[in-house]
Every structure is written in structure tokens, then in C-alpha cells.
Ligand binder design. Structure first.
Ligand SMILES: Cc1cc2nc3c(=O)[nH]c(=O)nc-3n(C[C@H](O)[C@H](O)[C@H](O)COP(=O)(O)O)c2cc1C
Length: 187
């Protein structure tokens, strides 16, 4: 696969085989991800790897409960009401691996830096025949003191990018992109 095929072929995958990833695969993806640039070269990222599906399911159920409680007051969340009410919906889609990228808030650029690590990992995963999906819903609990303590995350770190990874089930068609708007092209 050339770079263009990797960039255009990556999709958010929302169904996974019940097959774990090799530890060395996860380590390799992290090691590729950290080649991303970072503001002032601070490299403010750290990682949590979760392969405990029971823990992920509990996290998912709790997230749906919390978000359902916010649906009435949060206009954005209203579109997801039926999803949160669906008992069988798992925000992590049954993936075998949840990779959390936490950023050190002492760097003013930690959100940008960690986001670039995330995209690099998702592209590298695709090149290896793996699926990935950024799970924004995981932000709901990922910064809670209870979860951070359980996962050994220091206080000054904030969750930026929760990614699921695994072997995809099915094929995932391309999602059309809007025409890019170029406000100005000054010459
Ligand atoms: C910040 C962010 C949060 C996202 N959160 C979720 C999520 O919680 N659940 C999900 O299924 N997809 C999530 N996605 C994936 C997007 O829905 C997806 O990227 C978009 O629909 C385009 O599809 P593609 O990734 O296949 O190109 C998220 C993506 C980003 C960048």
C-alpha cells in the first residue's frame, strides 16, 4: 500500500472480530505513533492500553447512563438518544483493544500533539490490516478522577484520544467528504 492508499483507505471501523492483538503489534503502533511532531518537541503523550473487555463493557454502560442523563439539556447529544437507550450498543464496538492517549497539560499543545499521534496510529493500523475508531464518547469518563486513578494516570494528564483497535469485521465503505472550502489563495 502506498501512502495515498493508506490515507484514503482508512475508515472508522465499528465491528471487530473477537481476536486479541499481539502485544508486539500494539507496541509497534505506539512506537510508530510517537513519530508525530509536537509543539516545542515536548512529546507530551502517554498511553494506557486496555484489553479487558469486561472493563470496557462496564465503561460503555456507565457512559450511556451518564450521557442519557444529559440528553435533555444537551442539543448535540439528542441525536444519540436511541443509541444510548440501546442496551446492546457498546461504545467500544466489542474491540479487543482500547488505546487511550493522555496528554500532559503542562504542554500548551498537548491536544494537537496527541491528536497527531492518534492519526498516525490509525493510519499505521490500517496499513497492517487492522481497524480503528476514535471513540469520543469515552471522554465522558476518561478524565474522571476514579478512572484516572484506576488506570494510574497522573492528575496533570488529560485524555485526548481514545482509540479502539482490532481486526475489522466486514468492509467499511468510504464516507464522502465535503468539498474543501479555501477561503483565500493569495499569490
Ligand atoms: C474527535 C472524534 C470523535 C469521534 N467519536 C466517535 C465516537 O464516539 N463513536 C464513533 O463511532 N465514531 C467516532 N468518531 C469517528 C467519526 O464518526 C468518523 O471519523 C467520521 O464519521 C468519518 O468517518 P471515517 O473515519 O470512516 O472517515 C470520532 C472521530 C473523531 C475525530
Amino acid at each position: 500500500m502506498d501512502l495515498k492508499e493508506i490515507i484514503t483507505g482508512r475508515r472508522s471501523v465499528r465491528a471487530y472480530e473477537d481476536r486479541p492483538l499481539a502485544e508486539e503489534t500494539i507496541r509497534e503502533l505506539i512506537n510508530l505513533g510517537i513519530n508525530a511532531p509536537s509543539g516545542s518537541n515536548m512529546q507530551p503523550w502517554s498511553f494506557v492500553v486496555i484489553e479487558d473487555k469486561k472493563f470496557m463493557l462496564e465503561w460503555s454502560d456507565k457512559t450511556k447512563e451518564v450521557l442519557l442523563g444529559q440528553v435533555e439539556t444537551n442539543k448535540y447529544l439528542q441525536q444519540y438518544k436511541a443509541v444510548f437507550e440501546n442496551k446492546s450498543f457498546n461504545i467500544f464496538y466489542g474491540a479487543p483493544c482500547l488505546l487511550l492517549i493522555y496528554g500532559n497539560t503542562s504542554s500548551p499543545n498537548h491536544v494537537f500533539d496527541c491528536s497527531m499521534v492518534a492519526q498516525t496510529i490509525m493510519l499505521a493500523a490500517f496499513e497492517k490490516g487492522l481497524g480503528s475508531c476514535w471513540i469520543g464518547f469515552a471522554m465522558t469518563l476518561g478524565n474522571s478522577p476514579q478512572i484516572k486513578e484506576k488506570l494510574g494516570v497522573p492528575e496533570q494528564y488529560r485524555l485526548v484520544a481514545p482509540l479502539v483497535l482490532g481486526y475489522p469485521r466486514g468492509t467499511w465503505p468510504p464516507i464522502p467528504r465535503k468539498e474543501p472550502v479555501i477561503f483565500t489563495w493569495m499569490r
